[in-house]
Design a protein around this ligand. Structure first.
Ligand code: ADP
Ligand code: ZN
Length: 616
């Protein structure tokens, strides 16, 4: 019996409450229903899970999902339970009896989906038990981890292919269907995935990195602290993540926000397990809206209502950037991704590469990737087109909404300041760092300045009307825009680049783009008060059910509720993201609220604080 797309669509509507598949999903699910091995490359938030879950629900037998992220596993299984789907997971957070119970359920055919970490496949015990399960389909999540060229290589992924072979041998040659999914794969990684997972003549579907709801911006030469503070202040009602490269930056930014009265969380590998778990929890449950973190944060965070991801530093490569920025707007609502580039970031990243114990070949590869990341920060073309090309999608149209497509910044002529700075660097013989140049321009008479006779230079004190920090900021703009170069090493030295000569000769003007105010692009909800009310209601339900709020309903579903205000089960089912199981489990309090509002309006009462009064 072959399964059809219309059956799949029916499942999507009944179980998930969505009208139709996205374009890439249709293609992937179509192939899987024909039992063809498939590789799905989809951006974060593109809707990967549905690609394997819907076939899993339609097929006989068990679907094994191999996923490296323990927290994500629990999340996915919670989400499936809330949809009324029988699913379980086995990982290191459980004791043996719990794992045994789940396996027992799977053996008896009581589960449709079983999530396991790849490390399981290395255990003889698990492999033997797995032969007793009727595994008809294996979905490999984060499949790029099998490749050395990928950014998070995991040896245990190499155990997948032998495991599948073993299963097939046990079943007289009948091999489960295999699908591999990832959000970020360059062509070389894709090739590795196919070869190392031993996919058989797979269909390859790349749904594209374009996320219509994300507006990307790269800013160079901003005063980052001021920018970050301003930015978050304008978005206190939104959920956001700020990524910084070092623990120290995380601590500093976190302090700054807290001092400014903004409840913020922090997350990095230097905190205790307890504190990290607590921070993650508070963020997932919307108790804090903004979190400052290193890249240790986010793997496995499936929070759907993140409205902005602000990168305080340039990450080490495009793969990392796309993954981190992609955590914004998973619910499909308009969201922002802003990267603050500073020339110092290049030195930091080079330092990380040099410090690592990787082989020269590997280091060369890392440098190449870093260069692509730097080019991204400098490119004048559409940022999305750049990303698409990097990941192998060519000939794409500009997105029309990124910072480069839509540059609304003000241009300020800084030619005069630039000339003073260049001239000073020249007179200091291009042997000093940014802060020393700034001290001289400020007119400082500190020991070093005097010892070197810089107080006698005609440029000494030429910019005394500015603070040293402001002068440094301008120097960094000039570095970022390619007028000045910064040498490598522990004490980087500023040098003039050929373009600076043209400026000194008065043949070229210098402009700085000023973007200190990046106004929120994200639209406010139709009815903020009602939306807030629904959020509170959702939080109570989530707390009782012991799951994060977005497992109950995500923000876009709540938003649609503020418009549709359903008072019957049928009307409720028409809201996007509401399936049959969810109406049964979580629907009643919402229906009660909307019915109450309707009555109130009918009797012309002012809508009051009903929600708090009734104590939901
Ligand atoms: P990924 O795993 O690719 O990052 P998810 O599977 O978590 O993405 O899906 C991202 C979001 O998109 C989820 O909130 C999901 O419910 C929603 N979604 C997925 N498919 C559809 C669809 N066909 N219609 C509407 N929303 C969808
Ligand atoms: Zn663009």
């Amino acid at each position: 019996m072959t399964l059809t797309m219309s059956e799949a669509r029916l499942t999507l509507q009944k179980v998930y409450g969505y009208d139709d598949f996205r374009e890439g999903q249709t293609r992937i699910i179509g192939h899987l229903l024909e039992r063809k091995d498939t590789v799905g490359i989809m951006p974060t938030g593109g809707g990967k899970s549905i690609c394997y879950q819907v076939p899993a629900l339609l097929q006989h037998g068990l679907t094994l999902v191999i996923s490296p992220l323990i927290s994500l596993m629990k999340d996915q299984v919670d989400a499936l339970h809330s949809l009324g789907v029988r699913a379980g997971y086995i990982n290191s957070t459980q004791d043996a009896s719990e794992a045994g119970r789940i396996l027992y359920e799977a053996e008896r055919g009581q589960l449709k989906l079983l999530y396991v970490a790849p490390e399981r496949l290395e255990s003889e015990w698990f492999r033997e038990r797995a032969k007793q399960l009727r595994i008809s389909f294996i979905a490999v999540d984060e499949a790029h981890c099998v490749s050395h060229w990928g950014h998070d290589f995991r040896t245990s992924y190499r155990a997948i292919a032998p495991f599948v072979r073993e299963l097939a041998a046990h079943n007289y040659g009948e091999r489960p269907l295999l699908a591999a999914f990832t959000a970020t794969a360059t062509p070389e990684v894709t090739e590795d995935m196919i070869r190392l997972l031993e996919l058989q003549e797979p269909e390859l579907i790349v749904t594209g990195f374009k996320r219509d709801n994300l507006a990307f911006t790269v800013l160079r030469g901003e005063n980052r602290k001021d920018f970050a503070l301003n930015y978050v202040r304008q978005r206190t009602n939104m959920v956001g993540i700020i990524y910084a490269s070092t623990r120290k930056d995380v601590e500093d930014l976190h302090n700054m926000l807290v001092k400014a009265g903004i409840p913020a969380g922090r997350y990095h590998a230097g905190l205790s397990d307890d504190e990290r778990a607590q921070m993650q929890e508070a963020f997932l449950y919307d108790d804090i809206r903004v979190i400052v973190a290193t890249n240790a944060f986010g793997m496995g965070i499936d929070k759907s209502n993140v409205r902005y991801v602000l990168h305080y530093n340039m990450p080490k490569h495009m793969e990392a950037y796309v993954q981190e920025a992609g955590r914004a707007g998973r619910d499909g609502e308009a969201s922002e991704c802003v990267l603050l580039f500073h020339p110092q970031d290049i030195l930091t990243q080079k330092f990380f590469i040099e410090q690592s114990e990787a082989l020269p070949e590997r280091k060369a590869h890392e440098y190449k990737k870093l260069q692509s990341m730097i080019d991204f920060c400098y490119t004048p073309e559409c940022l999305v087109t750049y990303m698409q090309r990097y990941f192998g999608e060519i000939d794409q149209q500009p997105c029309g909404m990124c910072g480069n497509c839509k540059d609304e910044r003000e241009q300020v002529d800084i030619t005069l300041d630039a000339q003073k700075i260049f001239s000073c660097i020249y007179r200091m013989r291009e042997r000093w760092g940014v802060s020393m140049v700034a001290s001289v321009l400020k007119g400082s008479r500190n020991k070093k300045v005097v010892q070197n006779g810089f107080d006698l230079l005609p440029t000494h004190g030429m910019m005394r009307h500015l603070t040293e920090k402001a002068i440094s900021d301008i120097i960094y703009v000039l570095i970022a825009d390619g007028y000045l170069g910064l040498s490598e090493g522990q004490y980087p030295v500023v040098r003039l680049l050929p373009t600076a000569a043209d400026v000194l000769k008065g043949q070229q003007q210098v402009f700085q783009k000023v973007a200190n105010e990046l106004k929120p692009k994200v639209e406010a909800a139709v009815d903020e008060t009602l939306f807030e009310q629904l959020r509170l209601l959702r939080r109570d339900i989530a707390n009782k059910a012991n799951v994060p709020p977005y497992i109950v309903f995500n923000d876009s579903t709540l938003r649609e509720m503020t418009e549709k205000r359903p008072t019957t089960v049928d009307a409720f089912l028409k809201v996007k993201g509401v399936g049959e199981a969810k109406v049964q489990k979580f629907g009643q309090p919402f229906l009660d609220l909307f019915r109450h509002l309707e009555q109130q309006e009918a009797s012309q009462d002012e809508p009051s604080g009903w929600y708090e009064d009734e104590g939901y």
